[in-house]
Write a protein that binds this ligand. Structure first.
Ligand code: FAD
Length: 261
């Protein structure tokens, strides 16, 4: 009986976060030999498990960008996928809150931006509306912008569902394989890790914050990721009635700011 040692896969996807797992699941539909590789001991153990869990409409993306197109398409696809698979989603809606005159003046441009992104359901509301829906906000609210389509989605279940379906479709999952270097050949590439080598004809870089290192391993220097560390404060379920909607600040040049979900 012959034993296949180190098969040459058609495709190796590096990174089993939400992006790599979704790609692997999709590739599993085709007659391809696919491997999904991650350095961690479980899927979704990078950024994908520890985010704010908002299923974004894409209302605040920069119009006309790839991000805007993908977030808006992802919203539709993930909403359908969640319904089909039972991934928990809470359609809470969001309110973006203005706390001073400057922020209040920005609301019309945010509404316009949402419309340019194809999301036409936002509304500018007064402070009474905001306090009616989030009565426990502190004093000083001047107004807000509603984004009724924003929802909360279970990030763990989503990543697990995508990776599990990938495996059920024949994708091989290799955890605990940190790719440290690559060797490019004529017919295939060898990925080297402390847990062994993986050979594949095509490599997909879905390594998230490690994506630029993988790019460099292939001899490129096309992009650099400068991550900023965020901080999440997780409250007990008893605090849930305090905030029934996602509460967003007016974004600044540095990011989306402190939000409550
Ligand atoms: C604080 C915060 C809040 C956020 N909130 C939201 C939100 O509410 N809604 C939303 O849609 N998005 C949100 N995001 C963004 C979202 O979490 C990310 O866009 C998404 O998780 C990225 O997924 P990914 O698969 O690209 O990366 P990751 O989940 O990080 O996956 C990359 C994987 O690659 C693996 N890897 C890296 N290098 C190597 C290597 N050399 N060898 C093997 N494996 C490797 C890592 O172990 C990791 O598992 C938030 C992000 C942050 C930081």
């Amino acid at each position: 009986m012959s034993k296949v040692i180190n098969p040459v896969y058609d495709v190796a996807v590096i990174g089993a976060g939400i992006v790599g797992s979704a790609i692997a699941r999709q590739l599993g539909e085709y007659n391809l030999n696919v491997v999904l590789v991650d350095s961690r001991s479980d899927v979704g153990d990078g950024t994908s498990k520890a985010n704010t869990a908002i299923l974004h409409t894409g209302f605040d993306a920069k119009p006309g960008t790839l991000e805007s197109r993908l977030v808006s398409r992802g919203y539709t696809l993930l909403s359908e996928y969640a319904k089909a698979t039972g991934i928990p989603v809470e359609p809470t809606g969001a309110i973006l809150v203005a706390w001073d005159k400057e922020q209040l003046d920005v609301l019309p441009s945010l509404k316009k931006k949402a419309e340019e992104n194809g999301y036409k359901k936002t509304e500018i509301v007064d402070e009474a509306y905001v306090y009616h829906h989030v009565p426990d906000l502190g004093p000083g609210v001047l107004g807000g912008l509603t984004v009724p389509g924003e929802s909360i989605i279970c990030t763990w279940t989503t990543n697990l569902a995508l990776a599990t379906e990938a495996v059920l479709r024949g994708v091989e999952l290799k955890l605990g394989h940190k790719i440290t270097s690559v060797e490019k050949g004529l017919s295939h590439t060898t990925l080297k890790s402390d847990a062994g080598e993986i050979q594949a004809k095509l490599i997909i870089n879905a390594a998230g914050l490690g994506g630029d290192y993988i790019d460099q391993m292939f001899g490129y220097d096309r992009f650099h990721i400068t991550p900023r560390r965020g901080e999440l404060i997780v409250y007990d379920k008893q605090a849930r009635p305090l905030v029934k909607k996602i509460v967003l600040p007016v974004p600044t040049a540095l990011g989306k700011g402190v939000l409550v979900s």
